[in-house]
Design a protein around this ligand. Structure first.
Ligand code: PHE
Length: 352
C-alpha cells in the first residue's frame, strides 16, 4: 500500500509538470494517463491487492488522483485549442483576396466581332464554311477555272492526301456554299481564317483573317454597295476618340480593280489613320490604305450556283481583319498578332 501511494505521488508530480503546446500533445497526455490502457486505470487495478480495511482510504486517494488527472487534461486541452483561436483571430477576413488576372480577347477577335456586329445591324446574318476547302468552292465556282492566271500556285497550300483539297485562300468560298443552298435573298457576312503561302514578314503572313460580305436580291446596285461600305467605315473608324485626325476626317475612295468573281470590281481605300494622310511607311507614302476588295457578283457565279442571273443581282466584298486592326490600334507589324506575347495582348484589356 505504501509503495502504491508513493507511485501515485510520483505520477502526480509528473502530471503537474506536463506541458503541451499543441493539441496533439494534449491528446498524448490523455492516452498515457486516462486512456483505456492508461496509468490511472493501471493504478485502479491495484485495488484488489489492497487489504480490506485499507480499501476505503485507498479508494478516496484513487478517486482524487483520477480527478486531478482529468482536471489537468482539461487544462491542457483548452490551452492548446486556445492557441489556434489566437492564431485565427490574427487573420483579417475583411481584407480583399489576391486578384486573379483576367484574360482578354485577342485584338483580331475584338475587331472581327465589331465588324460583324456593324453588318448585323444592317440585317446581315453570319455564315461560316470549312478552312480545308475543295477546288470548286475556292476557285472554279468563283469563275476561276483550271489554268486561270488568278490561281497562283505559289499562293495556295495544297493538302497532300487529296489534290482536290486546299486550305482556303479567301472567304469567298463561303459565298459559293451559301448561294448553292438556293435560298434567296442572301444577306450574309462570313468571318474566318484564310491561308496563303507567303513569306512571313511585318506586312504578310501565311494565315490571316477576312470578313466576306454577300448580298443577293432583286435590283441590288453598285450604289447599294457603296452606301453599305460608307456606313461600315463610319461605324468602324468614325467613333474613334484617339488623336490623329480620325473620326469625321476619315476619307474613303474606290479604285477600279479586277476580281474574276465580280464585275465591275473595285478596291476601297481609306485615308491612312497612322499618319493622317500625310504619308508614312504603312501607306507607302500615298496617304491611302487599301482595306477591301468588292464588286457586283459576276453573273457566271450566279449561274454556277443555280441562281437566275437575269432575275437577281448582288454585291460582294472581302476585307482583311488584320489590316483594319492595324489601322485602328496603330500596330505596325503583322507578326505581333500570332506571337502571343502577353505584353502585347494585355494592352487590349477593356478595348471595344
Ligand atoms: N476574295 C478577295 C480577296 O481575297 C476579296 C473580294 C471578295 C473581292 C469579294 C471582291 C468580292 O482578295
Amino acid at each position: 500500500m505504501d509503495t502504491l501511494v508513493q507511485k501515485i505521488e510520483e505520477y502526480k508530480a509528473e502530471i503537474k509538470n506536463y506541458i503541451a503546446q499543441k493539441s496533439e500533445e494534449a491528446e498524448a497526455f490523455r492516452i498515457k494517463y486516462l486512456g483505456s490502457k492508461g496509468l490511472v486505470k493501471d493504478v485502479m487495478g491495484e485495488m484488489k491487492n489492497v487489504a480490506a480495511e485499507k480499501r476505503k482510504e485507498f479508494g478516496l486517494l484513487l478517486n482524487e488522483f483520477k480527478l486531478f488527472t482529468e482536471a489537468k487534461y482539461e487544462e491542457l486541452k483548452s490551452a492548446t485549442a486556445g492557441g489556434q483561436e489566437a492564431a485565427a483571430s490574427d487573420m483579417d477576413l475583411t481584407l480583399p483576396g489576391d486578384p486573379l488576372p483576367l484574360g482578354t480577347r485577342h485584338p483580331i477577335s475584338l475587331v472581327r466581332n465589331q465588324i460583324v456586329s456593324i453588318f448585323q445591324r444592317l440585317g446581315f446574318a453570319v455564315a461560316e464554311g470549312p478552312e480545308v476547302e475543295d477546288d470548286w468552292h475556292n476557285f472554279t465556282a468563283l469563275n476561276m477555272p483550271e489554268n486561270h492566271t488568278a490561281r497562283d500556285m505559289q499562293d495556295t497550300f495544297y493538302i497532300s492526301q487529296n489534290p482536290d483539297w486546299i486550305l482556303r485562300t479567301h472567304t469567298s468560298s463561303v459565298q459559293v456554299r451559301e448561294m448553292e443552298k438556293g435560298k434567296l435573298p442572301i444577306r450574309i457576312v462570313c468571318p474566318g481564317r484564310v491561308y496563303r503561302n507567303e513569306t512571313i514578314s511585318a506586312r504578310a503572313h501565311c494565315f490571316f483573317h477576312q470578313v466576306e460580305g454577300l448580298y443577293i436580291a432583286d435590283n441590288v446596285s453598285f450604289a447599294d454597295l457603296k452606301q453599305t461600305l460608307y456606313f461600315f467605315v463610319k461605324e468602324m473608324f468614325g467613333r474613334l476618340s484617339s488623336p490623329g485626325g480620325q473620326g469625321e476626317n476619315v476619307k474613303v475612295r474606290f479604285r477600279p480593280s479586277y476580281f474574276p468573281f465580280t464585275e465591275p470590281s473595285a478596291e476601297m481605300d481609306i485615308s491612312c489613320l497612322i499618319c493622317g494622310g500625310k504619308g508614312c511607311n504603312v501607306c507607302k507614302h500615298t496617304g491611302w490604305v487599301e482595306i477591301l476588295g468588292c464588286g457586283m457578283v459576276h453573273p457566271n457565279l450566279l449561274d454556277n450556283c443555280g441562281i437566275d442571273s437575269n432575275k437577281y443581282t448582288g454585291f460582294a466584298f472581302g476585307m482583311g481583319v488584320e489590316r483594319i486592326t492595324m489601322l485602328k490600334y496603330q500596330i505596325k507589324d503583322l507578326r505581333l498578332f500570332s506571337e502571343n506575347d502577353v505584353r502585347f495582348l494585355r494592352q487590349f484589356t477593356g478595348a471595344v
